[in-house]
Design a protein around this ligand. Structure first.
Ligand code: FAD
Length: 405
């Protein structure tokens, strides 16, 4: 394996004045540089710092995370509902991560809205043929433990009882009682505060170039779609959402509407805020939400509950989900000192705790020189909990330049 080339040239980093620089103040080279402070990057950096390591995080956008896919996401934690389109690996990662979120949130210095009140799945009478298809896919792609007591067929009367806001509107549905959701922006903010609390050196508004990586023993690349130059098969899948304020409706949990062309959801957050989403459009178009998509999203919400007709549109947002060809997340080692964490597609919040944990374990082994070559990597992979996630990228970038130690 070639080690990354070291160079005396300094990277063109311009940390903003609000950054926290505990590691730099101490004059020490960080153990870990995390590039990309969206969902994964924050979680990985926070975990590594919690294990007592010196960590620096570099994010091209602000501390709020407004340039990340994580900023736009609905943050539903719905491994069973996602089994309608996701394979078993993803639903298992989601189930394990759902159990981890409350522990993570309990350690963060700011409160985060988290709910484990289930998902309600409904459909209009004209789309009733979607229901058996949905059920069949769930039974095929979800682990038995999620299905056990996790998929309840509801009559109209039972829907009325479970979700009084929708009383009289649907004659059949499914309740997936164990699923969850959280507030994406609160998590990003709480993780930013957690990074400060744990002494992470944070560089907001600081894009990192592959040819000028910051100095560190180990680099963890969590740039999402920003990692395209080094992950050529990575692509974006555009998603559009509306955020509306709709007092008086009072949905108790996310509602998914089955539809052959527009399978959409309405996710209630705190204070009568609803995230309505999301489209799936191939391509990396980051332009504003189209009229067609806005009409689809808002009509779907209106068809779930007419009260959305009086809702106020707070935001219409578009972002791209970082996606690999197999729609799986990947932990890609470059054979030297860099691990890339990417491909979380539409499941970032749902699976991030397990993916980040696996990344942290690997990064720690890398820092401890336990991964000297491809054989060591193969052994590591065989022993890993989620071994399907690991890949060795033999194209070790020769032109990588690091800050001197
Ligand atoms: C519309 C929509 C709805 C979604 N809904 C859900 C949902 O309900 N449930 C769920 O689980 N998931 C959902 N997701 C998916 C989830 O948001 C993503 O899977 C997750 O955000 C991926 O995390 P990430 O950290 O890999 O990437 P991101 O969150 O995109 O973070 C990457 C970060 O890297 C930074 N960056 C990029 N290039 C550079 C550079 N050169 N230097 C420094 N920083 C850089 C970016 O600014 C960004 O902050 C949704 C996504 C979208 C778009």
């Amino acid at each position: 394996m070639n080690a990354p080339v070291m160079s005396a040239s300094r990277p063109a980093l311009q940390p903003d004045s609000g950054s926290q620089h505990s590691a730099a103040r101490a004059g020490q080279r960080p153990d870990f540089a995390v590039i990309g402070g969206g969902l994964c990057g924050r979680l990985v950096a926070w975990r590594l710092a919690g294990a007592g390591h010196r960590v620096a995080l570099y994010e091209r956008g602000d501390a709020a995370g407004s340039q990340s896919a994580a900023w736009v996401a609905a943050a539903m934690l719905a491994p069973l509902a996602e089994a309608a389109s996701a394979e078993l690996l993803i639903t298992r990662l989601g189930a394990a991560s759902l159990d981890s979120w409350p522990r993570i949130l309990a350690e963060l210095p700011q409160p985060v809205f988290f709910q484990r009140n289930g998902t309600l799945v409904v459909w209009h009478h004209s789309d009733r043929s979607e229901a058996p298809l949905f059920e069949r896919r769930l039974r095929a792609n979800a682990p038995a433990e999620l299905l056990d007591g996790g998929l309840l067929a509801l009559s109209g009367a039972q829907i009325n009882a479970a979700e009084p806001a929708l009383a009289g509107r649907f004659t059949q549905g499914w309740l997936l009682p164990h699923e969850g959701q959280l507030d994406n922006r609160q998590v990003l903010a709480a993780l930013a505060a957690g990074l400060v609390e744990r002494g992470v050196e944070t560089h907001w508004n600081t894009p990192v170039d592959d040819h000028a990586l910051p100095a560190a023993h180990v680099t963890i690349d969590c740039r999402g779609l920003g990692a395209k130059p080094v992950l050529p098969t990575l692509r974006g899948i555009r998603g559009e959402v509306a955020r509306v304020h709709a007092p008086g409706i009072g949905l108790a949990r996310p509602v998914r509407l089955l539809h052959p062309r527009y399978p959409l959801y309405v996710a209630p957050k705190q204070n009568d805020l609803y995230v309505i989403g999301a489209t799936e459009v191939e391509g990396e178009d980051m332009s504003p939400v189209s009229v067609r998509s806005a009409l689809e999203l808002l009509s779907a919400a209106f068809s779930v509950h007419p009260g959305f007709g009086e809702a106020r549109i707070l935001e219409l947002n578009a972002q791209c989900r970082p996606t690999l060809p197999d729609h799986r997340p990947a932990l890609v080692w470059d054979g030297a000192q860099t691990l890339r964490v990417n491909g979380l597609y539409r499941h970032g919040y749902m699976i991030a705790p397990e993916v980040a944990d696996e990344a942290v374990r690997f990064a720690l082994a890398l820092a401890d020189n336990k991964l000297a070559d491809a054989d060591a990597f193969t052994n590591w992979k065989q022993g890993a909990r989620w071994n399907e996630l690991f890949h060795l990228d033999h194209r070790n970038p020769r032109d990588t330049v690091r800050e001197p130690a």
